[in-house]
Design a protein around this ligand. Structure first.
Ligand code: ADP
Length: 351
């Protein structure tokens, strides 16, 4: 199982600090038709060829359309636990052994990003604390920080009163969010409580700006430090962060479905999301020396190492099965197709 693979990594793998190149894990989750779609007699627009491939449903039964293949396609019948097990577990538990990990949910508003990230977070918390309890040769310190990016402004979700936070570039650590609160975690209940606070904070201002959550990005970051006591009293320490990222609605990365003036289009587009899609597209083209515009947005600066760098990354793309959303869904699947080609180089980080 992935867990046993992970358990071996730091203490018994010689040369565990070597870099490992690997593609991002890219999966797609299709939610059920919702009540509104059912009431409007919306149609299902996609067929599942197998558990990795979907294809646009063709009313004439001709197999002419392009199919889309990923590491896994989760049908509406899949549970949150299955999505976690095959779309996030292996990547997220790497953080227990000093390998940075990031899980993104990407998709249009209403496609199930928040629903999916909640399920992942629940499962991650359970597995992390189970692992810590069952690991006797190491001591762990867990810390939580959480932020929101809204209109290119970074806000601390654990301390909203601190106002907008600035980013600065550390030559060794990369982009740092200045004055971001970090809470030391006591136990799983404490962690759940703090994540609950972050969720409530994210909703602040939601009624005044009724589509705020579709415009904002949330990053929950768990930093896990562990110390191994080896023979002869030697001590080794590992550190990694696990980012759980709920992105703004993917419709904000494209002009699709926007009617009206240039001005309206301008406010519709989300710079961080647009930059994320550009970064992924450029990385997927594989030209190592080409300019990757990480610095064009807050999101891509903060998550730079997760995008083609020192991290393991999983992207779960969420989609509606409905015909009425087919255009946005295609955009999501094109993003996912690019993401499949991105290679990261994760390493075990020693303190
Ligand atoms: P997003 O974060 O992408 O805007 P949400 O996660 O808020 O979307 O999901 C929109 C609605 O659909 C919510 O009411 C959510 O509970 C429901 N939903 C999303 N995904 C699923 C799923 N896989 N199964 C059942 N309900 C879902």
């Amino acid at each position: 199982t992935p867990l046993s693979k992970i358990q071996r990594t730091p203490s018994s793998t010689p040369g565990a600090t070597r870099d490992r190149e690997e593609k991002m894990l890219v999966t797609v989750r299709v939610r059920p038709l919702n009540r509104r779609e059912q009431a409007l007699y919306d149609l299902i627009a996609w067929d599942f060829i197998n558990d990795r491939t979907i294809v646009p449903r063709n009313p004439n039964n001709e197999r002419t359309s392009t199919s889309y293949t990923f590491d896994k396609v989760f049908s509406p019948a899949c549970t949150s636990h299955e999505v976690y097990s095959e779309g996030a577990k292996h990547v997220s538990l790497s953080a227990l052994t000093g390998i940075n990990a990031t899980i993104f949910a990407y998709g249009q508003t209403g496609s199930g990003k928040t629903y999916t990230m909640r399920g992942i977070t629940e499962n991650v918390i359970r597995d992390i604390f189970d692992y810590i309890k069952s690991t006797s040769d190491r001591d762990f310190v867990l810390k939580l920080s959480a932020l929101e990016i809204y209109n290119e402004t970074v806000v601390d979700l654990l301390n909203r009163d601190s106002g907008p936070l600035r980013l600065w570039d550390d030559p060794e650590k990369g982009t740092i969010v200045e004055k971001l609160n970090e809470e030391v975690i006591g136990d799983s209940q404490h962690l759940r409580h703090l994540i609950g606070i972050c969720e409530a904070q994210r909703q602040v201002g939601e009624t005044a700006l009724n589509d705020k959550s579709s415009r904002s990005h949330q990053i929950i970051r768990l930093t896990i430090e562990s110390t191994v006591r080896e023979n002869l009293g030697r001590v080794k320490s590992f550190i990694a962060s696990l980012n759980l990222v709920d992105l703004a609605g993917s419709e904000r990365a494209s002009q699709t479905n926007v009617v009206g003036t240039r001005l309206v289009e301008g406010s519709h587009i989300n710079r961080s999301l647009l930059t994320l899609t550009t970064v992924i597209r450029k990385l997927s083209a594989g030209k190592r020396n080409s300019h990757i515009p990480y610095r064009d947005s807050k999101l891509t600066r903060i998550l730079q190492s997760s995008l083609g760098g020192n991290a393991r990354t999983a992207i779960i793309c969420t989609m509606s099965p409905a015909l009425s959303h087919v255009e946005q869904t295609r955009n999501t699947l094109l993003f996912a197709t690019s993401a499949k080609e991105v290679t990261n180089t994760a390493r075990v980080n020693m303190v």
